[in-house]
Write a protein that binds this ligand. Structure first.
Ligand SMILES: [Zn+2]
Length: 238
């Protein structure tokens, strides 16, 4: 509940009913009451954790398992792991999947880093080795504090301004502060993204934007199913 409170009100309280920014503590812990309209708010209201009839911690575990299991996880398996009814797990799993999908509706507005990389195939970054399974993927990560809060990725046929631009316009707000490397494909996009800065740091992929590449490594690990991803973060807009 402390964690959800922080996510919900980290910028301060604002009553969604009357826009008042003052509150007092409600009758129960974590509940905030608007001092003007007396409406009560819980950190879980408006999220998929609202009115969950089983322990909140178990619902966090379901989010974790659903988002990190490489081959997906069945409600029967969740039920066994967590000691909950299968139907309960099935219903909550649907909510989680729905919430993850909805993150596409929220463009990144703050700090974002964009880069492309090759995913799949045998050896990443081995030049000249033909492998049809290899895909070029463009990634965008949203920076928050010292870490990363969201990651978007899309398979693209090539790294032209057209392809990169289409991806960026879908997931990134035009006012966001965007950082890319010096690839020419990003140059025409400076018209659309007024705060786009390309910078040169290192020669090798990965020297640019270490956090972005750590997130991509986590994603690749998750894809291979050999490690649970520490880099893939669940959308905060639940
Ligand atoms: Zn109010």
């Amino acid at each position: 509940m402390d964690y959800l409170t922080e996510l919900k009100w980290f910028k301060g309280f604002e009553c969604p009913q009357c826009r008042n920014t003052k509150y007092c503590n409600g009758d129960k812990e974590h509940i905030r009451q608007c001092t003007q309209c007396n409406y009560l708010f819980s950190p879980t209201s408006g999220t998929l954790f609202h009115k969950v009839k089983f322990p909140l911690l178990k619902s966090f575990y379901i989010v974790y398992f659903v988002s990190t299991s490489s081959k997906g996880i069945s409600s029967t398996e969740l039920s066994r792991k967590l000691g909950l009814r299968q139907k309960t797990c099935w219903l909550f799993k649907l909510k989680v999947m729905h919430a993850m999908k909805s993150s596409g509706n929220y463009k990144i507005e703050g700090k974002v880093e964009v880069d492309e990389t090759v995913v799949g195939g045998q050896e990443e970054g081995v030049v000249g080795r033909k492998n049809d399974k290899k895909k070029l993927v463009v990634f965008a990560v949203e920076r928050k504090g010292k870490g990363i809060s969201r990651l978007y990725g899309k398979v693209i046929p090539n790294s032209s301004a057209k392809e990169l631009g289409a991806f960026m316009k879908t997931y990134i707000s035009p006012e966001a502060s965007v950082k890319t490397d010096e690839w020419t494909g990003y140059v025409p996009l400076k018209k659309e993204f007024v705060n786009l800065k390309s910078r040169y740091i290192g020669r090798k992929k990965g020297e640019n934007f270490p956090d972005l590449h750590r997130a991509i490594m986590g994603f690749k690990g998750w894809l291979r199913g050999i490690s649970a991803s520490g880099g893939l973060i669940i959308c905060r807009h639940v």
